[in-house]
Design a protein around this ligand. Structure first.
Ligand code: 5AD
Ligand code: SF4
Length: 451
C-alpha cells in the first residue's frame, strides 16, 4: 500500500513553493498526495516564524491535532520550515505529538527521516546548507494558471528584526538554465503567470549573470506568460533591472519594495542600509523608466525606540510614494535577532494606534489610485469565478489589481480580456468586458488531467 501525505502551508509564498518541492520529493519515492487530513499517513505543517503570532497559530494547530494523534497514533506528524529550524529539538520532546522536525535545507532527507519515525524514533534534520538549492527537484504542481518558482534561497541582509537569515541560512542561487527550463515546462502545461521568489531576488547570481539577466531570459520564453517577482531590497534594485522590466511587456509593472520605516534613525537601527532619500529617489527613477509602474511595500509599526516623530516619517513616505498596496505589521521581537536585545519599548497601545493610522492611510491611497482607473481599459488575466458570485469572473491587471466583471459566453480561465473599469473600492476594480484579447490554448495533456 502506498503512503499518503498531507501538507498544510503557513507564511510566505516561499513556503508555498517549498511545500510543492517537498511533495515532489515524497511523490518521487512513492508517496501519494492527499488533500484530506483524515486520509493521511503523514501530516506535515510547513511553518513560519516571522512574527510571534505566526508561531502561536502553529501551536494552536498542534493542539487540535493532539486528539487526532491520540486516535491515530501511527500517523506521522511533522513540522517543516522556519519554526522547525528555529525551535529544533524543542519541538520533539518526549510528550510532544510531533515525530518529525525538518528545516528548509534538509527536505531531501524527508523520506529517510520518515522511515526513522516508522522505526520508532523521532526524526530530526535541521542543518542549514550553503549550497542546497533543490535545483534538480521537480516540484509537485497541479495544473493551473499561476506558479511560484524559487530562484534563490536564504538571506544575507540581516535586518536586525528578522529571523530569516537564521532560519533559512545564507544566500544561494539556482542555475539560470534550470529556472528557464522550468518556465518552459510550465508554459507547455498552459500556465499563464509565474512569480520568481527569493528573500532578496536582487542578490541573484549565476556565473556573472544577475537577476535582470534571469528576468530577461524568462520573459523571452513565452510572451503570454506574465512574470512577477518578489522581494526586492531597496539597496540592490538596479537600473538594469528597471530597464529590463520596461523592455518586456510580459514583465509585470509591479514592484514590491519594502520600506519598513520612514525614519532614517529607525532604518539605521534596522540595518536596512538605505535612507529615506535614497528610497524616494529610487521610486522616482523607477517611475521614469517604467511609466505606470505600481508599488507595494512592507511597513513595521513600533520598532524599538520608535517615537511619534519617527512614525510621522513613515506616514510621510507613504504620502510621497502612494503605494498601491502594503503589508503592515506591528513589530514582534524575535529571540536571537539583534533588535531583540534593544527591548520592546513601544507600548502595545502605541503600536496598535500607529498601525491603525498606517492601515487607514493605505486604504485611502489605494482608493485614490483605484479611482484614477475609472473609465480606463485594462488587460486582465482571467483567474476564475468571483468569490462572491458565480455570475462574475475575477482576474488581475498587470499591476496586480483584482478586477471583477460579468461572466460571458466564451470567456474562460486563462484568457486575456480587456475590461473597461466602471466602479472601484480600495481593494477591487469592477468593469465590463470589452474584448477577448487572447484565448488560452489548454494543452491536450493538461485538459485530460484536469477533466
Ligand atoms: N516584526 C514585525 N514584522 C516583521 N517582518 C519581518 N520580521 C518582523 C518582525 N520581527 C516583516 C517585514 C518583512 C516582512 C516579510 O515581514 O516587514 O519585510
Ligand atoms: Fe529578513 Fe531583511 Fe532578509 Fe527580508 S531582507 S528576509 S526582512 S533579513
Amino acid at each position: 500500500m502506498k503512503n499518503k501525505v498531507y501538507i498544510e502551508t503557513y507564511g510566505c509564498q516561499m513556503n508555498i513553493a517549498d511545500s510543492e518541492l517537498v511533495m515532489g520529493i515524497l511523490n518521487n519515492v512513492g508517496y501519494d498526495v492527499t488533500r484530506d487530513v483524515h486520509d493521511a499517513d503523514v501530516i506535515l505543517l510547513n511553518t513560519c516564524s516571522i512574527r510571534e503570532n505566526a508561531e502561536q497559530r502553529i501551536h494552536g494547530r498542534l493542539g487540535n491535532l493532539k486528539t487526532f494523534k491520540n486516535k491515530n497514533p501511527n500517523t506521522v506528524i511533522g513540522i517543516l520550515g522556519c519554526m522547525a529550524e528555529r525551535l529544533r529539538s524543542e519541538l520533539v520532546h518526549e510528550k510532544s505529538i510531533v515525530d518529525l522536525v525538518v528545516g528548509p535545507d534538509e527536505y531531501r532527507r524527508l523520506p529517510e527521516l520518515i522511515d526513522v519515525v516508522y522505526a520508532g524514533e523521532k526524526g530530526l534534520g535541521v542543518k542549514l546548507s550553503r549550497t542546497e538549492t533543490y535545483d534538480d527537484i521537480i516540484p509537485y504542481r497541479e495544473d493551473g494558471l499561476q506558479a511560484w518558482i524559487s530562484v534563490m534561497r536564504g538571506c544575507d541582509k540581516f535586518c536586525t528584526f528578522c529571523v530569516v537569515p537564521f532560519t533559512r541560512g545564507r544566500e544561494r542561487s539556482r542555475s539560470l538554465s534550470s529556472i528557464v527550463d522550468e518556465v518552459k515546462h510550465l508554459s507547455g502545461r498552459g500556465f499563464r503567470e509565474i512569480t520568481l521568489l527569493g528573500q532578496n531576488v536582487n542578490s541573484y547570481r549565476d556565473e556573472g549573470m544577475d537577476f535582470a539577466d534571469l528576468l530577461d531570459s524568462c520573459a523571452k520564453v513565452d510572451p503570454l506568460m506574465r512574470i512577477r517577482f518578489t522581494t526586492s531590497h531597496p539597496q540592490d534594485l538596479s537600473d538594469k533591472l528597471l530597464e529590463t522590466i520596461a523592455a518586456h511587456k510580459n514583465l509585470c509593472n509591479y514592484i514590491h519594495l519594502p520600506v519598513q520605516s520612514g525614519s532614517d534613525r529607525i532604518l539605521k537601527l534596522m540595518n536596512r542600509t538605505y535612507t529615506v532619500e535614497h528610497y524616494l529617489n529610487l521610486i522616482e527613477k523607477a517611475r521614469k523608466i517604467i511609466p505606470g509602474v505600481s508599488f507595494s511595500t512592507d511597513i513595521i509599526a513600533g520598532f524599538p525606540t520608535e517615537t511619534w516623530e519617527d512614525h510621522l516619517g513613515t506616514l510621510d513616505v507613504m504620502n510621497k510614494v502612494k503605494y498601491d498596496g502594503a503589508y503592515m505589521f506591528k513589530y514582534s521581537p524575535r529571540e536571537g535577532t539583534k533588535s531583540y536585545k534593544m527591548g520592546d519599548d513601544v507600548s502595545e497601545e502605541a503600536k496598535t494606534k500607529r498601525l491603525q493610522e498606517i492601515i487607514d492611510l493605505q486604504q485611502k491611497h489605494s482608493l485614490e489610485l483605484n479611482e484614477l482607473m475609472i473609465n480606463k481599459t485594462e488587460e486582465v488575466l482571467v483567474e476564475g469565478t468571483s468569490k462572491k458570485s458565480t455570475e462574475f469572473l475575477s482576474g488581475r491587471t498587470d499591476t496586480n489589481k483584482v478586477v471583477i466583471f460579468p461572466r460571458s459566453e466564451g470567456i474562460e480561465e486563462g484568457d486575456y480580456v480587456s475590461v473597461k473599469i466602471s466602479k472601484v473600492t480600495s481593494a477591487t476594480l469592477f468593469g465590463e468586458t470589452v474584448a477577448i484579447t487572447n484565448k488560452r490554448e489548454v494543452p491536450v495533456q493538461a485538459a485530460v488531467q484536469s477533466a
